[in-house]
Design a protein around this ligand. Structure first.
Ligand code: SAM
Length: 286
Protein backbone atom coordinates (compact mmCIF):
# COMPACT_ATOMS: atom_id res chain seq x y z
CA UNK A 1 0.00 0.00 0.00
CA UNK A 2 1.37 3.45 -0.90
CA UNK A 3 1.40 6.55 1.34
CA UNK A 4 -1.19 7.97 -1.06
CA UNK A 5 -3.88 6.03 0.80
CA UNK A 6 -3.37 8.56 3.62
CA UNK A 7 -5.99 11.25 3.07
CA UNK A 8 -4.01 13.86 5.00
CA UNK A 9 -0.95 13.33 2.82
CA UNK A 10 -3.01 13.74 -0.38
CA UNK A 11 -4.86 16.79 0.93
CA UNK A 12 -1.51 18.29 1.99
CA UNK A 13 0.10 17.84 -1.44
CA UNK A 14 -2.95 19.22 -3.27
CA UNK A 15 -3.16 22.26 -1.05
CA UNK A 16 0.60 22.96 -1.29
CA UNK A 17 0.18 23.06 -5.09
CA UNK A 18 -2.83 25.38 -4.72
CA UNK A 19 -5.04 22.79 -6.44
CA UNK A 20 -8.81 23.36 -6.59
CA UNK A 21 -11.21 20.66 -7.85
CA UNK A 22 -12.85 21.16 -11.25
CA UNK A 23 -16.44 19.95 -11.47
CA UNK A 24 -16.33 20.24 -15.26
CA UNK A 25 -13.49 17.70 -15.41
CA UNK A 26 -15.33 15.28 -13.12
CA UNK A 27 -12.69 15.57 -10.39
CA UNK A 28 -13.70 13.44 -7.41
CA UNK A 29 -10.53 11.88 -6.02
CA UNK A 30 -10.49 8.58 -4.16
CA UNK A 31 -9.37 8.75 -0.56
CA UNK A 32 -10.74 5.49 0.87
CA UNK A 33 -7.59 3.43 1.63
CA UNK A 34 -9.20 0.11 0.76
CA UNK A 35 -10.72 0.96 -2.66
CA UNK A 36 -7.63 1.58 -4.84
CA UNK A 37 -5.65 -1.54 -3.80
CA UNK A 38 -8.75 -3.68 -4.41
CA UNK A 39 -9.46 -2.06 -7.77
CA UNK A 40 -5.84 -2.41 -8.90
CA UNK A 41 -5.79 -6.07 -7.85
CA UNK A 42 -9.02 -6.83 -9.75
CA UNK A 43 -7.80 -5.01 -12.90
CA UNK A 44 -5.41 -7.87 -13.68
CA UNK A 45 -2.27 -5.67 -13.47
CA UNK A 46 0.82 -7.79 -12.81
CA UNK A 47 4.51 -8.08 -13.69
CA UNK A 48 3.63 -9.20 -17.23
CA UNK A 49 0.60 -6.97 -17.74
CA UNK A 50 0.95 -3.26 -18.57
CA UNK A 51 -1.71 -0.72 -17.59
CA UNK A 52 -3.21 2.36 -19.19
CA UNK A 53 -4.91 4.61 -16.66
CA UNK A 54 -7.24 7.43 -17.68
CA UNK A 55 -7.34 10.43 -15.35
CA UNK A 56 -4.80 9.68 -12.59
CA UNK A 57 -5.82 12.78 -10.56
CA UNK A 58 -3.42 12.88 -7.60
CA UNK A 59 -2.09 9.42 -8.48
CA UNK A 60 -3.75 7.38 -5.72
CA UNK A 61 -4.87 4.53 -8.00
CA UNK A 62 -1.77 4.98 -10.20
CA UNK A 63 0.53 4.14 -7.30
CA UNK A 64 -1.38 0.91 -6.53
CA UNK A 65 -1.24 -0.07 -10.21
CA UNK A 66 2.50 0.67 -10.28
CA UNK A 67 3.02 -1.65 -7.29
CA UNK A 68 1.54 -4.54 -9.30
CA UNK A 69 2.41 -3.84 -12.94
CA UNK A 70 5.75 -3.54 -14.72
CA UNK A 71 4.55 -0.33 -16.43
CA UNK A 72 1.71 2.17 -16.08
CA UNK A 73 0.94 4.89 -18.62
CA UNK A 74 -1.44 7.47 -17.13
CA UNK A 75 -3.28 9.95 -19.35
CA UNK A 76 -4.30 13.17 -17.56
CA UNK A 77 -6.01 16.13 -19.23
CA UNK A 78 -5.57 18.67 -16.43
CA UNK A 79 -2.11 20.31 -16.69
CA UNK A 80 -2.38 21.58 -13.10
CA UNK A 81 -2.02 17.97 -11.89
CA UNK A 82 1.34 17.36 -13.58
CA UNK A 83 3.48 18.87 -10.79
CA UNK A 84 1.28 17.09 -8.23
CA UNK A 85 1.86 13.73 -9.96
CA UNK A 86 5.60 14.46 -10.24
CA UNK A 87 5.67 14.65 -6.47
CA UNK A 88 3.24 11.88 -5.50
CA UNK A 89 4.66 9.33 -7.96
CA UNK A 90 8.34 10.24 -7.45
CA UNK A 91 9.04 6.78 -5.95
CA UNK A 92 7.85 4.92 -9.07
CA UNK A 93 10.13 4.68 -12.08
CA UNK A 94 7.63 2.48 -13.96
CA UNK A 95 5.00 5.23 -14.42
CA UNK A 96 4.74 7.56 -17.40
CA UNK A 97 2.26 10.45 -17.26
CA UNK A 98 0.99 11.83 -20.56
CA UNK A 99 -0.82 15.18 -20.65
CA UNK A 100 -3.60 14.54 -23.19
CA UNK A 101 -7.34 14.23 -23.70
CA UNK A 102 -8.21 10.53 -23.55
CA UNK A 103 -11.08 11.18 -25.97
CA UNK A 104 -8.64 12.36 -28.66
CA UNK A 105 -5.42 10.48 -27.97
CA UNK A 106 -4.43 7.70 -30.39
CA UNK A 107 -4.53 4.88 -27.82
CA UNK A 108 -3.81 2.19 -30.38
CA UNK A 109 -0.49 3.92 -31.26
CA UNK A 110 0.22 4.43 -27.56
CA UNK A 111 -0.13 0.68 -26.94
CA UNK A 112 2.23 -0.10 -29.84
CA UNK A 113 4.83 2.42 -28.66
CA UNK A 114 4.67 1.86 -24.91
CA UNK A 115 3.89 -1.84 -24.52
CA UNK A 116 5.90 -3.81 -27.03
CA UNK A 117 4.74 -7.21 -25.86
CA UNK A 118 2.68 -8.76 -23.11
CA UNK A 119 -0.89 -8.08 -22.12
CA UNK A 120 -2.37 -4.65 -21.51
CA UNK A 121 -5.36 -3.68 -19.36
CA UNK A 122 -7.12 -0.35 -18.87
CA UNK A 123 -8.02 0.83 -15.37
CA UNK A 124 -9.62 4.13 -14.39
CA UNK A 125 -11.79 6.04 -12.00
CA UNK A 126 -13.53 7.69 -14.94
CA UNK A 127 -14.63 11.30 -15.02
CA UNK A 128 -18.39 10.73 -14.98
CA UNK A 129 -19.15 13.36 -17.65
CA UNK A 130 -17.63 11.13 -20.36
CA UNK A 131 -18.37 7.60 -19.08
CA UNK A 132 -20.37 6.33 -22.07
CA UNK A 133 -18.47 8.06 -24.90
CA UNK A 134 -15.10 7.01 -23.54
CA UNK A 135 -16.14 3.40 -22.94
CA UNK A 136 -17.68 3.16 -26.41
CA UNK A 137 -14.57 4.71 -27.93
CA UNK A 138 -12.28 2.21 -26.16
CA UNK A 139 -14.47 -0.72 -27.24
CA UNK A 140 -15.17 0.34 -30.83
CA UNK A 141 -11.47 0.79 -31.55
CA UNK A 142 -10.96 -2.90 -30.75
CA UNK A 143 -7.82 -2.09 -28.83
CA UNK A 144 -5.59 -5.06 -28.05
CA UNK A 145 -6.46 -5.01 -24.34
CA UNK A 146 -7.61 -7.86 -22.10
CA UNK A 147 -10.02 -5.94 -19.91
CA UNK A 148 -11.22 -2.50 -18.88
CA UNK A 149 -11.81 -1.96 -15.15
CA UNK A 150 -13.54 1.31 -14.35
CA UNK A 151 -15.33 3.16 -11.58
CA UNK A 152 -18.57 4.68 -12.84
CA UNK A 153 -21.84 5.93 -11.33
CA UNK A 154 -23.85 3.05 -9.90
CA UNK A 155 -26.78 3.65 -12.29
CA UNK A 156 -24.43 3.65 -15.28
CA UNK A 157 -22.79 0.44 -14.02
CA UNK A 158 -26.14 -1.32 -13.67
CA UNK A 159 -27.24 -0.24 -17.14
CA UNK A 160 -23.92 -1.13 -18.80
CA UNK A 161 -23.85 -4.60 -17.22
CA UNK A 162 -27.58 -5.43 -17.67
CA UNK A 163 -28.12 -8.44 -19.91
CA UNK A 164 -29.87 -7.45 -23.18
CA UNK A 165 -33.41 -8.82 -23.11
CA UNK A 166 -33.96 -7.79 -19.48
CA UNK A 167 -35.86 -4.76 -18.15
CA UNK A 168 -32.76 -2.99 -16.89
CA UNK A 169 -31.09 -3.07 -20.31
CA UNK A 170 -30.56 -0.10 -22.63
CA UNK A 171 -28.72 0.71 -25.86
CA UNK A 172 -25.39 0.82 -24.00
CA UNK A 173 -25.97 -2.72 -22.57
CA UNK A 174 -26.36 -4.18 -26.06
CA UNK A 175 -23.44 -2.17 -27.45
CA UNK A 176 -21.16 -3.23 -24.60
CA UNK A 177 -22.20 -6.91 -24.74
CA UNK A 178 -21.16 -6.94 -28.41
CA UNK A 179 -17.52 -6.44 -27.40
CA UNK A 180 -17.20 -7.85 -23.91
CA UNK A 181 -18.58 -9.62 -20.90
CA UNK A 182 -19.22 -6.91 -18.30
CA UNK A 183 -19.48 -7.56 -14.56
CA UNK A 184 -20.13 -5.40 -11.50
CA UNK A 185 -17.28 -5.96 -9.02
CA UNK A 186 -18.13 -3.82 -5.99
CA UNK A 187 -19.94 -0.70 -4.81
CA UNK A 188 -18.25 2.46 -3.53
CA UNK A 189 -19.97 5.06 -1.32
CA UNK A 190 -19.77 8.86 -1.89
CA UNK A 191 -17.73 9.23 1.32
CA UNK A 192 -14.79 7.47 -0.38
CA UNK A 193 -14.06 10.59 -2.48
CA UNK A 194 -13.07 14.24 -2.05
CA UNK A 195 -15.25 16.07 -2.82
CA UNK A 196 -17.99 13.43 -2.33
CA UNK A 197 -20.20 12.99 -5.44
CA UNK A 198 -24.00 13.07 -5.06
CA UNK A 199 -24.39 9.45 -6.17
CA UNK A 200 -23.11 5.96 -5.36
CA UNK A 201 -20.43 4.45 -7.60
CA UNK A 202 -19.55 0.93 -8.74
CA UNK A 203 -16.39 -0.64 -10.07
CA UNK A 204 -17.07 -2.76 -13.15
CA UNK A 205 -14.81 -4.91 -15.31
CA UNK A 206 -15.36 -5.39 -19.03
CA UNK A 207 -13.70 -8.65 -20.08
CA UNK A 208 -12.98 -8.25 -23.80
CA UNK A 209 -14.32 -11.01 -26.06
CA UNK A 210 -12.22 -12.40 -28.92
CA UNK A 211 -15.32 -12.64 -31.15
CA UNK A 212 -18.70 -10.85 -30.89
CA UNK A 213 -21.42 -13.10 -29.38
CA UNK A 214 -23.58 -12.69 -32.51
CA UNK A 215 -22.76 -12.32 -36.20
CA UNK A 216 -23.91 -9.00 -37.65
CA UNK A 217 -23.39 -8.82 -41.42
CA UNK A 218 -23.36 -5.02 -41.22
CA UNK A 219 -22.02 -3.88 -37.83
CA UNK A 220 -22.88 -0.21 -38.40
CA UNK A 221 -26.49 -1.13 -39.13
CA UNK A 222 -26.59 -3.42 -36.07
CA UNK A 223 -25.63 -0.48 -33.83
CA UNK A 224 -28.08 1.86 -35.62
CA UNK A 225 -30.86 -0.64 -34.98
CA UNK A 226 -29.91 -0.92 -31.29
CA UNK A 227 -29.84 2.88 -30.86
CA UNK A 228 -33.09 3.40 -32.77
CA UNK A 229 -34.87 0.64 -30.80
CA UNK A 230 -34.15 2.37 -27.49
CA UNK A 231 -34.77 5.94 -28.68
CA UNK A 232 -38.27 5.80 -27.26
CA UNK A 233 -38.10 2.84 -24.90
CA UNK A 234 -41.78 3.05 -23.85
CA UNK A 235 -42.93 2.65 -27.47
CA UNK A 236 -43.24 -0.53 -29.51
CA UNK A 237 -40.34 -1.59 -31.69
CA UNK A 238 -42.39 -0.83 -34.82
CA UNK A 239 -42.80 2.81 -33.77
CA UNK A 240 -39.31 3.43 -32.44
CA UNK A 241 -37.55 1.70 -35.35
CA UNK A 242 -39.69 3.48 -37.93
CA UNK A 243 -38.86 6.88 -36.35
CA UNK A 244 -35.23 6.07 -35.55
CA UNK A 245 -34.36 4.55 -38.94
CA UNK A 246 -36.63 6.92 -40.95
CA UNK A 247 -38.38 3.98 -42.63
CA UNK A 248 -42.16 3.50 -43.24
CA UNK A 249 -43.91 1.44 -40.55
CA UNK A 250 -44.84 -1.18 -43.17
CA UNK A 251 -41.14 -1.87 -43.85
CA UNK A 252 -40.49 -2.30 -40.16
CA UNK A 253 -43.48 -4.65 -39.72
CA UNK A 254 -42.23 -6.74 -42.65
CA UNK A 255 -38.71 -6.87 -41.22
CA UNK A 256 -39.91 -7.78 -37.72
CA UNK A 257 -42.13 -10.53 -39.08
CA UNK A 258 -39.20 -11.91 -41.12
CA UNK A 259 -37.13 -11.92 -37.94
CA UNK A 260 -39.95 -13.73 -36.09
CA UNK A 261 -40.54 -10.82 -33.69
CA UNK A 262 -43.97 -9.52 -32.58
CA UNK A 263 -44.62 -5.96 -33.90
CA UNK A 264 -45.59 -4.76 -30.41
CA UNK A 265 -42.42 -6.10 -28.74
CA UNK A 266 -40.23 -3.56 -26.91
CA UNK A 267 -36.50 -2.89 -27.15
CA UNK A 268 -35.78 -4.12 -23.61
CA UNK A 269 -37.13 -7.59 -24.53
CA UNK A 270 -34.67 -8.08 -27.39
CA UNK A 271 -31.69 -10.39 -27.06
CA UNK A 272 -28.41 -9.78 -28.90
CA UNK A 273 -29.43 -12.41 -31.48
CA UNK A 274 -32.77 -10.69 -32.08
CA UNK A 275 -31.07 -7.32 -32.64
CA UNK A 276 -28.80 -9.06 -35.17
CA UNK A 277 -31.85 -10.67 -36.86
CA UNK A 278 -33.63 -7.30 -37.09
CA UNK A 279 -30.59 -5.59 -38.58
CA UNK A 280 -30.31 -8.36 -41.16
CA UNK A 281 -34.00 -8.01 -42.06
CA UNK A 282 -34.06 -4.19 -42.35
CA UNK A 283 -30.92 -4.15 -44.53
CA UNK A 284 -33.09 -4.71 -47.65
CA UNK A 285 -34.70 -1.26 -47.18
CA UNK A 286 -31.46 0.75 -47.42
N1 SAM B 1 -7.84 8.56 -10.57
C1 SAM B 1 -8.05 9.62 -9.62
C2 SAM B 1 -8.68 9.05 -8.37
O1 SAM B 1 -9.26 7.97 -8.45
O2 SAM B 1 -8.61 9.70 -7.33
C3 SAM B 1 -8.93 10.74 -10.21
C4 SAM B 1 -10.25 10.34 -10.76
S1 SAM B 1 -11.29 11.71 -11.20
C5 SAM B 1 -12.89 10.94 -11.08
C6 SAM B 1 -11.14 11.83 -12.99
C7 SAM B 1 -9.81 12.31 -13.51
O3 SAM B 1 -9.86 12.34 -14.94
C8 SAM B 1 -9.41 13.70 -13.09
O4 SAM B 1 -8.06 13.72 -12.72
C9 SAM B 1 -9.61 14.56 -14.36
O5 SAM B 1 -8.77 15.68 -14.42
C10 SAM B 1 -9.29 13.54 -15.44
N2 SAM B 1 -9.91 13.80 -16.76
C11 SAM B 1 -11.09 14.41 -17.02
N3 SAM B 1 -11.35 14.40 -18.35
C12 SAM B 1 -10.30 13.76 -18.94
C13 SAM B 1 -9.98 13.45 -20.28
N4 SAM B 1 -10.79 13.78 -21.29
N5 SAM B 1 -8.81 12.79 -20.54
C14 SAM B 1 -7.97 12.44 -19.53
N6 SAM B 1 -8.23 12.74 -18.23
C15 SAM B 1 -9.38 13.39 -17.93
Amino acid sequence: MSRLTDINYVKGVLSRHGFTFSKALGQNFLVNPSVCPKMAQLSGADDKTGVIEIGPGAGVLTAELAELSYKVVAVELDKRLLPVLDETLADYDNVRVINADAMKLDISALIKNEFADGDVVICANLPYYITSPILMRLLEERLPVKSITVMVQKEAADRICAQPGTRASGAISAAVHYYCEPEVLFRVSPGSFIPPPKVESSVIRLNILKEPPVKAADEKLFFRVVRASFLQRRKTLTNSLSAGLSLPKQNISDALSQAGIKPNARAEEMTMQQFADISEAVAQFF
